[in-house]
Write a protein that binds this ligand. Sequence first.
Ligand code: ADP
Ligand code: MG
Length: 687
Amino acid sequence: PGTERPPLLDDEEGGILLYSASRSSSSGYNHVSIEKQRQRLPVFRYRTSILYLVETHAATIIVGETGSGKTTQIPQYLKEAGWADGGRVIACTQPRRLAVQAVASRVAEEMGVKLGEEVGYTIRFEDLTNRDLTRIKFLTDGVLLREMMEDPLLTKYSVIMVDEAHERSISTDILLGLLKKIQRRRPELRLIISSATIEAKSMAAFFHNSKKRRGLEGEQRGPKTEPAILSVEGRGFNVQVFYAEEPVPDYIQAIVSTVMSIHDQEPMGDILVFLTGQDDIDTAVQLLTEEAQNNGKPSSGLVVLPLYSGLSRADQDLVFSPTPRGKRKVVISTNIAETSLTLEGVVYVVDSGFSKQRFYNPISDIENLVVAPISKASARQRAGRAGRVRPGKLYTEEHFVKEMSAEGIPEMQRSNLVSCVIQLKALGIDNILGFDWPASPSPEAMIRALEVLYSLGVLDDDAKLTSPTGFQIAEIPLDPMISKMILASNQLGCSEEIITIAAVLSIQSIWISARGQQKQLDEAKLRFAAAEGDHVTFLNVYKGFLQSGKSSKWCNKNFVNYHAMRKVIEIREQLRRIALRIGMVLKSCESDMQAVRKAVTAGFFANACRLEAFSHSGMYKTLRSSQEVYIHPSSVLFRVNPKWVIYHSIVSTDRQYMRNVISLDPSWLLEAAPHFYQHQQPNSIPH
Ligand code: ADP
Ligand code: MG
């Protein structure tokens, strides 16, 4: 209707015919061409409809179960239909970095092109695209937001597919709000919102612009402003569910025994296990590997693999490569395998019922990473990852029915909003409370964020970005507190050291996790431990790594994660480049650790805590809101308990624990943020 380019028909020539024996999986796709595989995906039947809807509607909402081909196929359909002609680019966003990499390499393979050319990806600190060649680009939604700082209308993109929208990550939500704005200025831009289980109606309502574009509609024969909704009917397997008979005391141990009993008693087929994070997963991998070795039976053909973000490319490839004949693959994953990635050959799913979630309390101003029960919707998704039959669950049916909430809460409503606010400010969105959010954040959280940003010197009295500080901080793609720490290191003459620390803090952990070898790990840590705290300890590890000639042997000997250290070096290089770009001078303070601690304080003053005078249990209270917190056992300051500390983050299990802690002199607090602490009781901070 009124469009220049009619949608293509299914039988028009699409991709390239390629034979792939290596990618064939245990599910019986042997020696089937990639083109055939593509055509077997549920989404293929909707190719024509999808192209038609995208052509005729400003926004199209596509819902389809995981594995139906949304992420890998739709960008290719768009390209085949001409949406990437004339130098334009098709974008597809994902909330998770690992998914971006995995999906991009799969699509490059399907198209028979080299990754980084026609098909590329960008994640923070890693850009594998080519300015002239890339036509399909996968990226995190956070990176797309950053691109808006350079090109507010995202002019190079013809279609933007916001994938995994049901995850409702903060960046996805901000992106949706901004894309809606952009579309008013660029009616030719097309949006696809796709997800596994979205409440399509509310998403459609969000995109339905009731305010008519003044006079434009009709005259210009633009796309329909009312969003289209398309539901892809999947192949739905019949899944049989087994609950735990009673609550399990130790879910890692329970996972190990469940996997072993599936392995011993059930027919062949891979097993997918859901755990919460890298530490849990590494432990489970280790226990299972040992168990499989001790098992001694000829059946111990288990290949145990971890799956979490931050995994090396080689390890990722192992997860996706076909299971060797006669073996059984066990993939132990975070939430990432819930909807972002599909693993062929999975027949059994074991679900711990937990994931790591962010929770923010604007009253205490503490953002917590908590291992929390997942929602029913997530639990169903996880079960659905079993290609055929029989997943197990490690919680009771009663727990599922009575205790688990139906849906998760959008991240926007359970996070600290400091990063979110600075990004919007940098994009010139001044009225943040009035911004058109898919889910409104709480005003308290917003006010807290404004307060912190004001104290960091990022915002002025009118809540506008300060110049140059605010703009410089917005330019660094890290949490504003880390960015401020980096900026402060410039005056303090310790930018080289602080950049190393920032790089270490932006990866999960530089230590090898070692259940059963805790003593050895602690001893190794002691070799690097600094009296000042974890940040300075990181500097010692980094120095040792460089002195060893970046040796992996040295790493293993010292319980240092070699892969993580390579990453630190990579991120460090990127941060140095950014620092130079914003006019910083790179300088080392040699052994002046006071400068380093002051720089940390300049960024993280809001996280200062004081040891309770009469506490023998190592209890601290946050200066800001008198919350009870403790030093995490993994910190080098555990049991040392200096009187004043600053933490980088909080994790809570039985208590709220501070991770990555450094000691400070409280007088630095007033220096760093006078307005932030001026209302404290006079005796709580010595002048
Ligand atoms: P959706 O986005 O709807 O969840 P995808 O497009 O991600 O589906 O995946 C479609 C299919 O492509 C999967 O079922 C799987 O068979 C295959 N696939 C996707 N990624 C890979 C990969 N990295 N390796 C092998 N097969 C893959
Ligand atoms: Mg997908």
